[in-house]
Design a protein around this ligand. Structure first.
Ligand code: 8QM
Length: 404
């Protein structure tokens, strides 16, 4: 038996707008449609090819030679459109330019380097949990925990000054919207882009940063010659862009999961060492970062379809993380599963360099809660926040019962 060569198939075409508000707020139905349409779907509205199955998303993520990041990981192609800010040296770069910044951050954000933060963050988490317990046990877990914890922990760890920190979340919201099309979400923030960008850039200079922290570590890498002095502030900027909203919505995903799965909460209380598994399972289940693009560096064939050089490839991380071809009962949030291999942090060369920071934050918050809180339940419907890249929240109203 010989198989017929499968060449230049025409992929299924969809005119859906995945960045329309309804899909951003509730992406699961669209994800299923795209996964089931085929391994590759042409999205006519944006002239991009989309991947929604685990195998294809993973393959594209690890194939940095054929699917580059340097022409932008959003919809805009930097070769044809001016980027809204100087490109990131990490996210929007390929080898060899990507290598030095990557190595520097891998070291600064490595598990041994984070050990000094562990006790501080555990104490901070306890303080926040005590506060919500003392405050009557009914509160918005989005603002009081998921936003409050990273905002108290991370900017201090980077070493930025105390002033203007209220700009961090609006800047992140803008940066993550900017990966999508220029829709109403981008227009809504456009009037603040210059002001927010200037504030963030001003936090990245050596003079603006504390003597101890990730920021100072980055400048020390420049002193050693591991980075140039021109690169250092842009690497600091990567931390401030990628390190706040992602953890806010990742922690929100955990809290939402726990509030809606009381049996999983009890399991975590019995075995608090599951906190990190719980976080990764929440990242798989919700995928706080929903989408990124790559660009084909040559004419390529994906699942039998010819894709021309320069084509943008839209990878649905959230859809891959719930692909039934890869995951048993994928829509279930389940601490008994092994969530490793999820693509919520990406995969390959660009895989989230801050993932150990995120896990440490989640571990601190979840273990503090597990010690002091018997139950968590929603009091009213949570509210989502529409963003072109993030599966984001606006509010998570809960009631907790203190542990005896
Ligand atoms: C997303 O600016 C950056 O380097 C950067 C921005 C956003 C991310 C990563 C890096 C994935 C969290």
């Amino acid at each position: 038996m010989t198989e017929a060569p499968v060449r230049a198939l025409t992929p299924p075409v969809s005119d859906v707008d995945p960045f329309a508000r309804e899909h951003l707020l509730d992406p699961d139905p669209l994800h299923e449609t795209l996964r089931e349409a085929g391994p590759l779907v042409y999205l006519s509205r944006y002239d991009v090819h989309a991947l929604a199955r685990y195998e294809e998303v993973r393959a594209a993520l690890v194939d940095w030679q054929r699917f580059e990041s340097g022409s932008g990981v959003g919809l805009a192609n930097f070769r044809h459109e001016e980027p809204w800010r100087a490109p990131s040296l990490l996210l929007e770069a390929d080898p060899p330019q990507h290598d030095a910044p990557r190595r520097v951050l891998l070291d600064i954000l490595s598990p041994p380097a984070l050990r000094r933060l562990r006790d501080t963050w555990a104490a901070l988490a306890e303080e926040l949990v005590e506060h919500v317990l003392a405050d009557g046990c009914e509160f918005d877990a989005f603002t009081s925990l998921a936003e409050a914890f990273p905002l108290r922990a991370f900017p201090d760890a980077v070493g930025i000054g105390p002033d203007g920190r209220e700009h961090l979340l609006p800047y992140g919201n803008m940066a993550f919207n900017a990966f999508g099309p220029r829709n109403d979400l981008v227009a809504a923030d456009a009037h603040r882009a210059a002001e927010l960008g200037a504030w963030v850039n001003a936090q990245c200079t050596r003079e603006a940063l504390a003597d101890v922290g990730f920021g100072s570590d980055i400048w020390a890498a420049a002193d050693r010659g591991d980075l140039t002095y021109e690169q250092a502030p842009l690497v600091v900027r990567s931390l401030l862009t990628a390190g706040v909203d992602t953890t806010v919505h990742g922690l929100s995903a955990c809290l939402y999961a726990m509030a809606t799965h009381p049996e999983q909460w009890q399991r975590l209380r019995e075995r608090p060492e599951l906190a990190r598994v719980a976080f990764d399972e929440a990242v798989r289940w919700q995928s706080p970062v929903q989408t990124f693009f790559r660009t084909a560096t040559t004419d390529v064939e994906i699942a039998g379809t010819a894709v021309a050089q320069g084509t943008k490839i839209l990878m649905f991380l959230g859809a891959a993380n719930r692909d039934p071809r890869r995951w048993n009962d994928p829509d279930r949030f389940d601490l008994a599963r092994d969530p490793s291999g999820h693509v919520g942090f990406g995969m390959g060369l660009h895989q989230c360099v801050g993932q150990h920071v995120a896990r440490l934050e989640a571990e601190a918050l979840l273990t503090a809660l597990a010690r002091r809180v018997e139950s968590i339940e929603l009091t009213t419907s949570p509210r989502r926040h529409a963003n072109n890249t993030l599966r984001a929240w606006a509010s998570l109203p809960v009631r907790i019962r203190p542990a005896a």
